[in-house]
Design a binder for this molecule. Structure first.
Ligand SMILES: [Zn+2]
Length: 352
């Protein structure tokens, strides 16, 4: 009798625990809005990035399922609870560096209305907690970018990239490497124009923004994230309003590496760590086209880890829909694709 009572009690407790797990995983987290920590799969048209994203999502999903399974195994008499998430379809490859900086939290941003992030300019959404940082890189793709990608991969961590449209036409293959590594890719205008300049009309500013996104799309073969950073952080009421109508999130900064004027990698590291000591968290602004940044990154990421900092990776809930007229404009800038074979192998002089 006592054991039957005990079994019933155990079943009730287990049911409450399972319901709790289900509720925790399925209910919206008001404190994290608009970026929400996510474990759910989502449609992501970037093919290479999507594969990586799926792996990351499976990672979290597997952990959640395991926890739910363990609870159920301990209480076979409990009523079946709703499955919190779908079972993983494939085993997730583990990071090769168990001591890597990694990703502590992935957040997905609903860019409706053009929210702004980075307290230097936009103070509405304070979604980072103490010692949480977001890694961001502007101005690529550039020949220095692969070194940045390697440093991030070595630490099993992810960043947000804001490429310049014109640079994507020089190095589309390098931008595709950024996508293949699974990082978030937004845009940073077509030609790095200062959009608050009096010489720039509203139409020209709009063209710079849209051509930037269309150029990234052309290089990737897929729509980028609706994430944008103004060159020199120079915004105007008109340009921020325009981004709002296009549902594009604006990124400012909390911690400026000042890498574009640093004379050494040590200076870049020192700038970031000193400012973090003061701010304790935030969006870090760096430039993947700066060689000192590429050189600094392996050490900088180690120092972040040693300092107890954790990387939050920002992704978009949905990708941007680029405008067809700008896509057509950018298609004209595309260079003919090389076959990959040296010209001497294709055309040989056999008689002169
Ligand atoms: Zn820039």
């Amino acid at each position: 009798m006592r054991s039957a009572l005990g079994l019933m009690l155990a079943s009730v407790v287990a049911a409450i625990v399972i319901a709790g797990v289900w509720f925790w995983t399925s209910s919206p987290r008001a404190d994290a809005a608009p970026p929400q920590t996510t474990a759910a799969s989502q449609a992501d048209p970037l093919s290479a990035a999507a594969r990586q994203t799926a792996r990351d999502d499976v990672d979290t999903t597997a952990a959640l399922s395991k926890r739910a399974d363990a609870t159920q195994a301990a209480a076979p008499a409990a009523a079946p609870a709703p499955a919190p998430v779908q079972a993983p379809v494939a085993a997730a490859p583990k990071c090769a560096n168990p001591d890597g900086l990694g990703i502590s939290r992935t957040v997905v941003v609903d860019t409706t209305g053009g929210p702004g992030f980075g307290f230097l300019q936009y103070k509405q959404y304070d979604f980072l907690t103490d010692h949480e940082v977001v890694l961001t890189f502007d101005d690529g793709p550039w020949p220095t970018t692969p070194a940045v990608l390697k440093a991030l991969a070595d630490e099993c961590t992810k960043a947000v990239f804001f490429p310049i449209g014109l640079h994507t036409t020089y190095h589309p293959d390098i931008l595709r490497q950024v996508a293949a590594a699974g990082h978030t890719i937004g845009a940073h205008t077509w030609s790095h124009a200062h959009l608050a300049s009096k010489k720039i009309t509203e139409q020209q500013a709009k063209d710079e923004i849209e051509k930037g996104f269309s150029a990234v799309k052309l290089a990737l073969g897929a729509n980028p994230a609706p994430f944008f950073r103004f060159p020199a952080l120079a915004h105007t009421p008109a340009t921020t309003a325009y981004l709002g109508t296009r549902n594009i999130a604006m990124f400012s900064v909390d911690v400026d590496s000042n890498d574009f004027k640093s004379k050494s990698s040590d200076e870049v590291i020192n700038n970031v760590m000193t400012k973090l000591d003061k701010e304790h968290k935030g969006i870090i602004l760096m430039h993947d086209l700066q060689k000192h940044t590429a050189q600094a990154l392996p050490t900088l990421l180690r120092k972040l880890k040693a300092g107890g900092y954790k990387v939050v990776w920002m992704k978009a809930k949905t990708q941007i829909e680029t405008l067809p007229e700008y896509d057509a404009m950018m298609a004209k800038t595309e260079k003919p694709v090389a076959s990959g074979r040296p010209i001497g192998n294709v055309v040989q002089t056999v008689a002169e």
